[in-house]
Design a protein around this ligand. Structure first.
Ligand code: ADP
Ligand code: MG
Length: 226
């Protein structure tokens, strides 16, 4: 079952074409990793797919709702951890307060943060803040979760804990689209990998196909970031 279908997406900024006709399909339960050099349009693709930017043309069709996890966590600094997680389900989804709180506490526990419910983001490590933002995204019951370089703002020793959380979600069949520079992670977790360059998909395939590709740009890119 298709959860997301993007067809022929185009986007330019000030006459500069950034997405040049991208098409992507994401099936339920699938993990799609997007790799590619800086400036190739990966964030723009995610921002268009999630409505943070408006594409110039093309079609974006969803079954269900999505969640988004940013590189820089984007938590509300003046809200406690618990309030960060509860905010959107209460305000946007108008769900029952007691239910939302109970579920938020369970999500925090799942993220190993049960003792941080009343802490503020500034009191947490980057890895902990990112786990809060994953709990916050999950609290909205997304059908697809998007991650834009979820570990690139973290110190290297904190990267593993986030990758582990994402791997656990993959094991639970969460449908995910993940922009990442973590090649080993992409190889292990993805069902499908897209290599983007200059606003187009240069190559799409299974991890096996991407990592054994003889195409020089891909070989060079993987060599550079690994
Ligand atoms: P990536 O995430 O792959 O590094 P981006 O999607 O962030 O790439 O950027 C692709 C290109 O679009 C870059 O050249 C970038 O400078 C440009 N760009 C991105 N966002 C904007 C914006 N809001 N205004 C103007 N140019 C932008
Ligand atoms: Mg980016």
């Amino acid at each position: 079952m298709k959860l997301l279908e993007i067809k022929d997406l185009h986007k330019s900024y000030d006459g500069e074409s950034v997405l040049k006709g991208l098409s992507i399909t994401v099936e339920k339960g699938e993990v799609l990793a997007i790799i590619g050099p800086s400036g190739s349009g990966k964030s723009t693709l995610l921002r268009c797919a999630t409505g943070l930017e408006t594409a110039d043309s093309g079609a974006i069709n969803y079954e269900g709702r999505f969640g988004l996890v940013f590189q820089n966590f984007n938590l509300f600094p003046h809200y406690s951890v618990l309030k960060n997680v509860c905010d959107a389900p209460l305000k946007v989804q108008k769900r029952d307060k007691a239910d939302v709180k109970k579920e938020a506490l369970a999500l925090l526990q799942k993220m190993g943060l049960e003792d941080k419910a009343n802490a503020y983001p500034c009191q947490l490590s980057g890895g902990q803040q990112q786990r809060v933002s994953i709990a916050r995204a999950l609290a909205m019951h997304p059908d697809i979760l998007f991650f834009d370089e979820p570990t690139s703002a973290l110190d290297p020793e904190l990267t593993g804990e986030i990758l582990k959380v994402i791997k656990d979600l993959a094991a639970e069949d969460m449908t995910m689209v993940i922009v990442t520079h973590e090649m080993n992670f992409a190889r292990q977790v993805a069902d499908q990998i897209i290599f983007m360059e200059e606003g187009v998909i240069r190559l799409a395939g299974t991890p096996e196909e991407i990592f054994t590709s003889k195409e020089q740009r891909i070989v060079d890119f993987i060599g550079k970031v690994s």
